[in-house]
Design a protein around this ligand. Structure first.
Ligand code: FMN
Length: 208
């Protein structure tokens, strides 16, 4: 798959078939994730793999209960609160696999590195015909000490990006993107550089 196609066609997939993701495919995703750049090549990531539907259902229920009890006030008033409290709502969208990217303690902020690994993983999955969706809803619950303890995750590891992976049950329509907000655009005046083909107009260059 062309890189641009992957970037433009990847979607947050929320409907999956029951078909499991083969282990070699999971390994391929982890290899793609570890190709991400990281500060001083510290590679501060670790991966949690959850592939048991019964376990994932139980985790979804527990994550929902925790989230509802601890929703930030602004979110509690938001429509998302209705979504989460719906009895049929599964935070993992019934995907067959959950991969949690954990940040290990590292000298230079490891969270950014893990987010880059997550994007690599999601693009690679898309290239393989797999769907993915980051699941921020599950993160607070996954970071509870008792939950880490249950799954043998070191307490000092932080769940940064839970990502469900599975075979899409159908196409996912794109959601709109805002134009990039350009807060600064400086270039050498008179060199015609602003003829760069951009779909959005840069603001006029102002000299200090
Ligand atoms: C940090 C993060 C957390 C997210 N958490 C959730 C989530 O809990 N549940 C969900 O269905 N989608 C979640 N998403 C997916 C976004 O809603 C989705 O990426 C966004 O609407 C743009 O859609 P697209 O990925 O199809 O382009 C999350 C995305 C990110 C980056």
């Amino acid at each position: 798959m062309e890189l641009n196609d992957a970037i433009y066609q990847r979607r947050a997939v929320r409907h999956y078939t029951d078909a499991p993701v083969p282990t070699p495919a999971i390994e391929q995703l982890l290899r793609a994730a570890r190709q991400a750049p990281s500060a001083v090549n510290q590679q501060p990531w670790a991966f949690g793999l959850f592939r048991d539907p019964d376990l994932l259902n139980r985790m979804s229920e527990q994550a929902k209960v925790y989230l509802q009890a601890n929703l930030p006030r602004d979110l509690a008033l938001h429509h998302l609160s209705d979504t989460i409290s719906h009895p049929g709502y599964n935070v993992f969208h019934h995907a067959s696999t959950l991969i949690v990217i954990y940040a290990k303690p590292a000298r230079f902020d490891p969270i950014e590195d893990c987010c880059l690994a997550a994007q690599n993983l999601m693009l690679a999955a898309h290239g393989m015909g797999l769907g993915t969706c980051p699941i921020g809803f599950a993160r607070p619950w996954l970071n509870l000490p008792e939950v880490k303890h249950e799954f043998g995750i070191p307490l000092r590891y932080t769940a940064v990006m839970p990502i469900v992976v599975g075979w899409p049950a159908g196409p996912t329509p794109p959601v709109p993107r805002l134009d990039p907000e350009i807060v600064c655009w400086r270039e050498t005046p008179g060199r015609g550089l602003s003829a760069v083909p951009f779909p959005f107009a840069p603001p006029p260059t102002r000299q200090p």
